[in-house]
Design a protein around this ligand. Structure first.
Ligand SMILES: Nc1ncnc2c1ncn2[C@@H]1O[C@H](COP(=O)(O)OP(=O)(O)OP(=O)(O)O)[C@@H](O)[C@H]1O
Length: 488
């Protein structure tokens, strides 16, 4: 009260201390419950220790063995054990590096990083990055779960707090990367409430990947999984051609040529056997496709009437084959006896966007639309390459089920090529280095996570070899002498 007026007191801003429920029980009940509580705590401790033993069996066995040696043979015994261990590991690493890295080195690295980086800094980083939440005096903090180091990246599993979304983590990728001394961070959703953060430390795709040797083995060509390079996890980069349309976008020098020639390289045995037919359009006057014309059944080196006529011819074939297959088969198969056709357009924008003749432009766009939308079942795939993802080209994006973003200039272009939200999930195609041409981010329809990979480096010498491999066999007439024997 102030004079005659009532003044509201300031609201109480402190937190009420939370008293545990059992504190309200009478003392005799607490006494009765004490042995049960102790038993419960012991069981929990044993279970926890059991979990630690299951999770870190090698460390636990190592520590126990070290202890036994120390007890029985003193320091000398321990030193001997360490020497034997180091020798054995060196031999293992020399004999089979991959298994040594996977089963030993990465496990040690995992424990080291967990103990020195993630566990000590987790709470502070979560608080400062505002990924914790205080409610009614209780702090909700995301839980740090399994950590797995693979040398070039650390995979850190996280349990989000209630009411949190992956978007909140994606928005803080940079903050998290810097806080945990990583080059970058990617966020993947594993299942509801569970995320996996990838902290990247180095680029496993820094070195070019050379193309494998050419073979005559047609059975090795799988049109659903054409291997065109290597992913950053070390697995083959498999591109689906049967039942899919592929759009490849990248600035000049990003390595579009290597993706294109890697596809042709891997299809070569099937092209030679007549199972696959390549048709090409190169509006740049043959600068790209002219490097190996023998690979193509038909090829046009401009973006004029000839190119559009070729597109319309293919569109007509697609419709005709689709009509024949209707009701008989849903997807092309080798048994049809008809070749699978791959249409490669080196600069798609030249046909459907930069073409000055409006009539030709519209005809080209219509034909491309027919081939991409109806070509799936009758065995027609389009591989479209684009330098500049403009609006006119991107409006065709939805027709391509597999999209490949090589190096791009701006973050917005990544969204335009791969789709909204894919960049936030880590597909930073605008951050690909100029020194790593052929590195790309891939996004397939139906798969949430984008993948990073590098195409084979198909060199000029490889293209000469490819040309020789695919060139039609020439029969040389041997000159004969009048007595019928071959001339020397
Ligand atoms: N996968 C790769 N690995 C290593 N080097 C590559 C790879 N792809 C391309 N390069 C190199 O990068 C350079 C540019 O490649 P390429 O010509 O394929 O780029 P592009 O995107 O097709 O360019 P443009 O649009 O000008 O035709 C070449 O010197 C090539 O040798």
């Amino acid at each position: 009260m102030k004079g005659h007026r009532w003044v509201d007191p300031a609201p109480f801003e402190g937190y009420r201390p939370r008293v545990p429920w059992w504190a309200y029980l009478p003392w005799w009940l607490k006494l009765v419950m004490l042995p049960f509580a102790l038993a419960w705590l012991t069981v929990r401790l044993v279970v926890r220790l059991g979990l630690v033993a299951v999770r870190y069996p090698v460390s636990i066995i190592g520590l126990l063995t070290g202890h036994l040696f120390y007890v029985h043979f003193d320091w000398w015994g321990l030193a001997f054990l360490v020497l034997v261990l180091v020798g054995a590991l060196t031999i293992w690493a020399g004999l089979h590096r991959a298994s040594f890295l996977w089963h030993c080195w990465y496990r040690l690295l995992t424990e080291w990083r967990r103990l020195t980086v993630y566990v000590p800094q987790w709470r502070t980083v979560m608080r400062l990055a505002e990924l914790t939440k205080d409610s009614r005096g209780r702090e909700y903090r995301p839980k740090l779960r399994r950590v797995r180091s693979e040398g070039w990246r650390d995979k850190v599993r996280v349990w989000m707090i209630p009411a949190q979304s992956p978007g909140q983590w994606e928005a803080r990728r940079d903050n998290l990367a810097h806080s945990f001394n990583a080059r970058s961070c990617r966020v993947r959703v594993l299942k509801p409430r569970v995320l996996e953060l990838d902290f990247i430390h180095s680029d496993p795709l820094a070195r070019p990947v050379s193309a494998p040797a050419l073979t005559d083995d047609v059975t090795a060509v799988d049109l659903k999984r054409v291997v065109v390079g290597r992913t950053e996890t070390g697995r083959p980069w498999r591109l689906r051609l049967l039942g899919s349309q592929v759009l490849v976008v990248g600035v000049p020098g990003a390595g579009k040529g290597s993706v294109l020639w890697s596809i042709v390289w891997q299809l070569a045995p099937a092209i030679k056997a007549g199972l696959v037919r390549l048709v090409g359009i190169d509006p740049k006057g043959g600068m790209e496709l002219g490097q190996c014309p023998d690979a193509f059944d038909k090829v046009v080196y401009d973006n004029g009437p000839d190119a559009v006529a070729l597109l319309e011819e293919i569109a007509k074939e697609v419709k005709e084959r689709a009509t024949r297959y209707r009701g008989i088969r849903r997807l092309w198969a080798r048994s049809t006896g008809e070749p699978f056709t791959v249409l490669i357009v080196d600069e798609l924008a030249d046909l459907i966007a930069y073409q000055s003749d409006k009539n030709l432009r519209e005809r080209a766009a219509r034909a491309i639309q027919t081939i991409t939308s109806q070509g799936r079942a009758p065995g027609y795939a389009v591989v479209g390459l684009v330098q500049d993802p403009r609006k006119e080209v991107v409006s065709f994006r939805h027709l391509f089920t597999t999209r490949v973003a090589l190096r791009l200039d701006e973050p917005q272009q990544v969204d335009m090529v791969l789709g909204d939200g894919v960049r936030q999930r880590g597909a930073a195609a605008h951050e690909i280095s100029e020194n790593t041409p052929g590195v790309a981010w891939l996004k397939e329809d139906g798969r949430r996570e984008p993948e990073r990979a590098r195409a084979f480096h198909v060199t000029d010498a490889d293209l000469v070899e490819l040309g020789v491999f695919l060139a039609p066999a020439t029969v040389h007439e041997l000159k004969t002498n009048h007595d019928g024997r071959a001339a020397a």
